[in-house]
Design a protein around this ligand. Structure first.
Ligand SMILES: [Fe+2]
Length: 384
């Protein structure tokens, strides 16, 4: 546990059944069960994995705090069940949201025009293991990804299957209805519009899954056909923009339930949800935007005029070159993008005049989140 600088003014006293804690200009009543659950005394947690060994049934429901006093970096609490716990103040402050999680990745930064510098990442700095990587390069890659929602790796092998190795270097590959790894190229009987040569407007992948894929990787093996340039737009910025300019349309896209459906007859994948997702604190959670396969499910009071106007507005905004970055994938490049935020597309291409072959797969968000936290801890250890 990293100890953080304590403000000079820290004070604790028993209050009701719990403890009132003052921390600088903040203070809170801490519930006795919340405090008890923070105990890391011997026998309370397993020493290797730090998971709690006691259950709610082991603690009296009417638990209360008998005494509380501050020690060196700890709050010492005596509970009515006879347990005494030395609670690390830095942990309590972090879990109360009073201090930042020292390992947490940076917050997203919405962008409404191409970044001043395209976020290319040389794969040589990431490597195939922690031992062969440059830890600062790993942190720089993840920092750019979390801020902007995408990066493009350069200088990866051009062999088929590379995308799966890269996925498993950063997280764990997650399969879906196209398998573990899918090939993006023109097919005679396409199971998705991606497997044609037509233009694809800005979209997110697989909104029809109960949990849409977290992060998509697209590895370029060949890109010799005229056309086929890639585009990316920031769905987070798009959501903010429509919220500021057209609150009614934003509300409809956040509230009207939509049926997202992939139906090949042989393979049917269905999910229902809203285009824009926020949690109950109003924090952005994601966008499902794919006008090829969305159908609103109106309920009494739903404003479909607003929903369709908002969908049209998003389609225009997200495909406006002023808001998009357009670039060309070269063999050995891997686009790495947050599918809950970065909306991708491509221009049409002429398959009769050259080969275009990408391989793709998905991982979940925990992959880069975990990689970032471990890299930051490694940097802290190395600097000691
Ligand atoms: Fe796609």
């Amino acid at each position: 546990m990293t100890l953080v600088d304590r403000p000079t003014h820290v004070r604790a006293e028993v209050s009701g059944r719990g403890v009132h804690l003052w921390w600088g200009d903040r203070s809170a009543d801490l519930h006795p069960h919340w405090l008890r659950d923070h105990s890391t005394e011997p026998g309370q947690i397993e020493a290797t994995n730090w998971q709690r060994l006691f259950t709610p049934l082991d603690i009296p429901a009417d638990l209360y705090v008998r005494a509380a006093e501050l020690g060196d970096q700890v709050l010492v609490v005596d509970f009515s069940d006879g347990h005494r716990a030395h609670l690390v103040l830095a942990t309590l402050a972090r879990d109360l949201g009073w201090t930042a999680d020292p390992d947490a990745p940076p917050a997203p930064e919405p962008w409404t025009e191409p970044l001043a510098e395209f976020p290319y990442v040389d794969w040589a700095g990431i490597g195939w293991s922690d031992e062969e990587s440059d830890n600062d390069a790993v942190i720089a890659f993840l920092d750019a990804f979390f801020r902007h929602g995408y990066v493009v790796f350069r200088n990866t092998p051009v062999d088929e299957g590379t995308v799966a190795r890269i996925a498993n270097r950063i997280g764990y590959i997650s399969g879906q209805n196209f398998g573990w790894v899918f090939d993006v190229r023109a097919e005679p009987n396409p199971t998705d519009l991606a497997y044609t040569t037509i233009e694809l407007l800005a979209h997110t992948d697989e909104p029809y899954r109960i949990e849409p894929p977290g992060i998509q990787l697209l590895h370029c093996i060949a890109n010799e056909a005229p056309g086929g340039d890639s585009t990316l737009t920031d769905g987070l910025a798009a959501a903010s923009a429509i919220g500021a300019e057209h609150p009614d349309w934003h509300r409809a896209l956040s509230e009207v339930e939509v049926d997202f459906r992939y139906d090949m007859g042989t393979d049917t994948v269905v999910n229902r949800g809203t285009v824009l997702q926020y949690d109950r604190h109003g924090r952005y959670r994601g966008i499902r935007f794919n006008t090829k396969l969305d159908t609103p499910l109106p309920r009494p009071g739903d404003d479909l005029d607003a929903w369709y106007a908002g969908r049209r507005w998003l389609t225009e905004w997200c495909n406006d070159p002023a808001h998009q970055v357009t670039f060309r994938l070269e063999p050995g490049d891997v686009m790495f993008m947050d599918n809950h935020r970065a909306m991708h597309g491509r221009t049409a291409f002429d398959a009769s005049r050259g080969r275009r072959h990408l391989q793709g797969c998905y991982i979940e968000h925990n992959g880069p989140d975990t990689m970032y936290r471990l890299a930051v801890r490694r940097r802290a250890m190395l600097s000691r």
